[in-house]
Design a protein. Structure first.
Length: 664
């Protein structure tokens, strides 16, 4: 993810001993023009972390360098996990700086070279990191124009920039390249707040459909993921796992594994592992271990979990409220009450959690599959009892995350084992381990009471979501009397709510809340004997929603028909991170077996400025595909703390979403 010549990031080279802070790096990085900028100046999360006593950098958390060779390097703690920011961020920077896209190098997720960043998650990179990045590019161009004006002895207003070169408007023979302007200089500027970025009419690279910069590497297999990293003397670890999250180890016999030549057996508290220079031999050694676990009985499974969640749910916190629920009930001629259930979901990334850790002296280098490299740095330091500055995390490509690689359990395991064995160690979870240790999207319950009048207008909306979280729960229809309450956090739940870990999962909570809300809208349309699309339009006031819904309907070829229409056409609206979405699907259901076949899906989105239309299309297609699996086949099955799903081909998959009255 980088090409800058002074960076020693080769995956097989010995780690550099340069363990310096950011300011020191700026001193040692050579000549050039540095533009420093920060995303977190007004971030509530940053303020919260500081209130907890965390010492975090606040001066800047990303910077760009215009080098003496004319190349531009962006240093950011963000990582590339398939979302395409390695291309879109480079597009933004190249356009604002007026350099070819090929001249931009991305240095991502290296904790020695990049300033602190909280991580890559929440669909925040393009929307929140993009604007200050563009401003930094514009600031860099402004600095270059000032330098050129000084050297050419003409006003900066008489100059133009083009492909890394500054020209005199009246005499294009008078010119200076960015490389010439940066050579022999050391200029450090912090982003001003008044810089002007380009208007859409001025874009040359932004909004152009481009093939992703990492496409060839990934198609040919050249791209490096954590599992591809091989170091001299490295050992592959296989770790003894319990059969259930609530299991307790009673007895273990390691003798048979210890007899295998070349196998190193480690027992350190709760960590029991076998290691070998070949992964298949380590696997054979693991199978030789005889372990006895005590597993308590539990009545919790994928069917009983919902009653349990309602029993342990705390009082609700108001998310949104207007008017009076009691008045809404009086104004409604039809009241509809419904309960919706949504089971646990695995992130199911193609690349399992993996990490390689090497320790040399008091220096530790980590190559993780992680969305949070700086958190991984701190966790490794804590686990090994060393200062964080002694740990360097170098982020390779990450093969999907969706929120599930925010935790770094495998990183800590690899670090502990590297210290205990004295050799580099790779920990790569099997697919069974991946399902077992995933921080699942939480199971959730949504209860809705809604009401319509005789004209089909929504008058009442009383919404209670249990354990999904409040993201996406705020209804956007034109309802005079509404209330939304969230019971229990969707990130980890209250203590004792879930039998295993839960966490962020692809726009956390929004999937559950959208499913419940839009299902309720469909039921109301049917009770009003109205077409589902026209019923939505009748109850919408937001112009963006009206636009995307009409566009989706037009593209789909929607023909109005009162619900229920006995045809497999379905609509859903939603909003996340400022993007308005309308999706229409055509499905066919076998009335005897209940099997669902999806014929086609049309999706219209208003996401504001589109940096790379090709990348945006790929993201939309990926989300639709993921959503189909999530809705139809991907409920996690379990008994207490035992996860029954062990691979993608688990034969007993169940419907993922349901109404309580039709769930089987």
């Amino acid at each position: 993810m980088k090409n800058d010549k002074f960076l020693n990031n080769d995956f097989t080279d010995n780690t550099s001993d340069l363990q310096f802070d950011r300011r020191e790096f700026l001193k040692l990085a050579g000549g050039g023009i540095f533009i420093l900028f920060s995303l977190w100046d007004s971030s509530p999360l940053l303020q919260e972390l500081q209130a907890q006593g965390r010492e975090l950098p606040t001066d800047f958390n990303a910077f760009l360098r215009i080098g003496e060779d004319g190349r531009v390097s962006l240093f950011t703690g963000k990582i590339e996990m398939g979302q395409g920011i390695i291309t879109s961020l480079a597009q933004m920077l190249a356009d604002e700086l007026d350099v070819p896209l090929e001249a931009v190098d991305m240095v991502m997720g290296d904790t020695d070279l990049c300033p602190w960043d909280m991580g890559t998650f929440g669909s925040r990179t393009t929307r929140f990191f993009g604007p200050p990045l563009r401003a930094a590019g514009a600031e860099g161009r402004k600095v270059l124009l000032e330098l050129a004006a000084e050297q050419l002895k003409i006003p900066a207003t008489n100059l133009i920039t083009e492909n890394g070169v500054i020209f005199d408007k009246t005499d294009r023979k008078r010119k200076l390249s960015y490389a010439e302007l940066a050579k022999g200089k050391k200029i450090e500027r912090k982003l001003s707040e008044k810089v002007t970025v380009k208007s859409p009419a001025e874009f040359k690279i932004i909004n152009q459909p481009l093939t992703r910069r990492d496409a060839r590497e990934k198609v040919t297999g050249e791209a490096k993921f954590a599992g591809d990293i091989q170091l001299p003397g490295m050992l592959y670890a296989r770790i003894l796992r319990p059969p259930s999250h609530d299991a307790r180890l009673v007895d273990v016999d390691l003798s048979a594994a210890q007899q295998i030549e070349g196998v190193q057996v480690i027992r350190d508290g709760d960590l029991i592992a076998v290691l070998h220079k070949y992964p298949d031999v380590a696997e054979q050694a693991l199978e030789k271990i005889k372990a006895k676990f005590d597993v308590p009985d539990s009545s919790l499974d994928e069917n009983t979990i919902f009653d349990h969640l309602l029993k342990v749910a705390p009082e609700g916190e108001v998310v949104a409220e207007s008017g009076s629920v009691m008045d809404g009930e009086k104004e409604a001629s039809v009241i509809i009450e419904q309960t919706y259930l949504d089971g646990y979901k695995s992130h199911a990334t193609i690349e399992p959690h993996t990490a390689v850790v090497k320790i040399e002296g008091n220096k530790v280098t980590v190559w993780p599959s992680s969305q949070t490299p700086f958190r991984a740095k701190e966790e490794v330091a804590e686990a090994l009892g060393i200062p964080p500055e002694n740990v360097r995390v170098i982020s390779p490509f990450v093969g999907g995350g969706f929120g599930g690689k925010s935790r770094n359990l495998q990183v800590v395991e690899a670090a502990r084992l590297a210290k205990l064995t004295g050799k580099p160690v790779q920990v790569a979870w099997s697919r069974k381990e991946e399902f077992f240790y995933d921080s699942f999207r939480p199971a959730a319950v949504v209860k809705i009471k809604s009401g319509i009048n005789t004209d089909g207008r929504i008058k009442l909306w009383d919404y209670h979501v249990y354990f999904a979280g409040d993201r996406g729960s705020q209804q956007f229809y034109n309802v005079p009397h509404h209330r939304t309450l969230s019971h229990g956090s969707g990130w980890g739940g209250t203590r004792g709510s879930h039998p295993f870990a839960t966490g962020a999962w692809r726009a956390p909570a929004n999937n559950t809340n959208t499913f419940a809300r839009e299902s309720q809208i469909d039921i109301m349309a049917a009770r009003a004997k109205k077409d589902p699309l026209e019923f939505r339009l009748q109850n919408l006031a937001d112009e963006k929603f009206i636009r995307v819904l009409k566009k989706a309907g037009e593209t789909f070829g929607w023909r109005p028909a009162p619900a229920p229409s006995n045809r497999g056409w379905g609509i859903a609206l939603g909003i996340d991170s400022g993007t308005y979405v309308a999706t229409i699907a055509e499905v066919e259901v076998d009335k005897n077996s209940g099997d669902v076949q999806v014929k086609r899906v049309v999706c219209a989105q208003d996401m504001g400025l589109v940096i790379n239309p090709e990348g945006a299309t790929i993201q939309m297609e990926g989300c639709i595909t993921m959503g189909l699996g999530y809705a139809l086949k991907e409920d996690i099955q379990f008994r207490g703390g035992k996860i029954l799903n062990e691979n993608f081909d688990w034969p007993h998959q169940t419907m993922g979403l349901s109404c309580i009255f039709c769930r089987r």
